[in-house]
Design a protein around this ligand. Sequence first.
Ligand SMILES: [Zn+2]
Length: 179
Amino acid sequence: MSESKFQKNNNEIIIRKKEKLNLNILKTPLKQCRIIQKNLVYIIGLSQEIISKEKELRNFEYFGQYGKIIKLVINKNKIYYNNELNEPSYSCYITYSNETESSLAIIALENSIIDNHLIKASYGTTKYCSNFLKNSICMNKDCVYLHSIADSCDILSRDEMNKNKNIFEYQLLMAIHLS
Ligand SMILES: [Zn+2]
């Protein structure tokens, strides 16, 4: 398939997916909406060995090769056993300086193997600030939640987050589109 044909098919799939997502979003209370943060990457499947190298993960040899890392947080308390190895897997959030970098990271990392572990990568999500939803001014200057209405294309209903097994596939297409 030529590149332009691939791009065209890709765009059509994204539009169809968005239409379906929008229908679900209308039924989802704002409080439960999750909004895609396009410069944030969520990675699952990291081995114990990899997370022990926490400081090195920002380097070019690891996740630094896709762009400038603003923040890297490993969820050490959340352990998964969803790979065939039956070894613990961890997740992490990486904030890149822009969405092109995070998109490149997702394209490169999704379904890749690092230290014998299958890696899944998607955009991270946030939610609306509870103060914003109450129409009051948020006084928490470190508040990480959203204080304005998001583009509907970036909103996932909670249903979608929980049930859609194609979420990684969809986000990979989105990443290709944005890169
Ligand atoms: Zn807030």
